[in-house]
Design a protein around this ligand. Structure first.
Ligand SMILES: Cc1cc2nc3c(=O)[nH]c(=O)nc-3n(C[C@H](O)[C@H](O)[C@H](O)COP(=O)(O)OP(=O)(O)OC[C@H]3O[C@@H](n4cnc5c(N)ncnc54)[C@H](O)[C@@H]3O)c2cc1C
Length: 225
């Protein structure tokens, strides 16, 4: 992984398995993300197309206004190292606001939630696809093992996946909070204690499978030391 830390921001490249899409078979691939704090006015502007139409909280990539892309590339030139700059200049950007979602229950009578419908953790955990698959696996296992007791199976699914989803959301918040903390001064103008050192952030992001010790009311403590 390659990291850059513009003040209060994070850009990173994660290597991916070589492509297997026809012409470019075997070509090296990587995923690039640039995490940037914003506010509701800037987000609304970003999600407004060239005809002035507002698209809410996201916008289809082809409709991002060209002047915003020019501005983004200029900022990238000023803020990112050359190794990461190509990722911004070579491709079309996709803008994605970050939210997290936490359900209080996953089962409602004979209806249930799984995958993103149940929990959405911040992307720092890089686990949304795996979590959705594990939700489905847990449901299948519960249905198979309860010998026709549907309510028992759903109860087991609810119990197991609620706990997992909560931990994942808490870990996403923990990993992401240093970005916002950077912009919130600590007491008496000192550095905010939650604005962790980039070295720590890199270690924590790289250990994707690690889960923090989570207090039920939130998380302040990482298992990574
Ligand atoms: C930009 C971006 C990057 C991401 N990168 C990663 C990553 O690197 N690694 C990772 O693990 N996760 C990543 N995720 C998260 C991951 O994509 C999701 O967590 C995962 O797709 C959730 O799976 P799901 O089946 O719950 O929902 P989805 O994949 O969203 O599937 C829901 C499906 O339901 C369909 N649908 C919606 N409404 C209806 C309706 N009314 N009727 C019928 N169908 C409907 C949708 O079209 C969609 O096909 C990323 C997400 C985004 C947006």
């Amino acid at each position: 992984m390659t990291f850059a830390f513009p003040p209060g921001e994070l850009a990173l490249v994660v290597p991916m398995a070589p492509g297997d899409d026809g012409r470019r078979r075997g070509a090296p691939r990587a995923q690039f993300s640039w995490f940037r704090p914003t506010d509701s006015a800037a987000l609304a502007d970003l999600c407004t197309d060239a005809n002035g139409r507002r698209h809410g909280l996201s916008i289809p990539p082809p409709l991002i206004r060209s002047e915003l892309i020019v501005d983004l590339r200029a900022q990238a030139s000023a803020m990112l190292p050359p190794q990461l700059l190509t990722a911004v200049t070579a491709g079309r950007p996709l803008a994605q606001p970050i939210f997290d979602l936490e359900s209080r229950s996953l089962v409602f009578g004979r209806a249930l939630l799984l995958g993103d419908a149940a929990f959405v953790a911040r992307p720092h955990v890089g686990t949304g696809v795996t979590k959705a698959a594990l939700d489905a696996q847990c449901l299948a296992d519960a249905l198979r093992s309860t010998d026709g007791d549907l309510d028992g199976a759903l109860h087991r699914y609810d119990h197991e996946r609620l706990a997992f989803g909560r931990r994942l959301v808490a870990r996403g918040r923990y990993l992401g909070e240093w970005l916002s903390a950077f912009h919130e001064p600590g007491r008496n103008g000192a550095r905010n204690a939650r604005a962790r050192d980039p070295l720590v952030v890199m270690r924590e992001l790289g250990a994707a499978g690690e889960m923090p010790r989570v207090a039920s009311a939130g998380v302040r403590e990482s298992s990574l030391r």
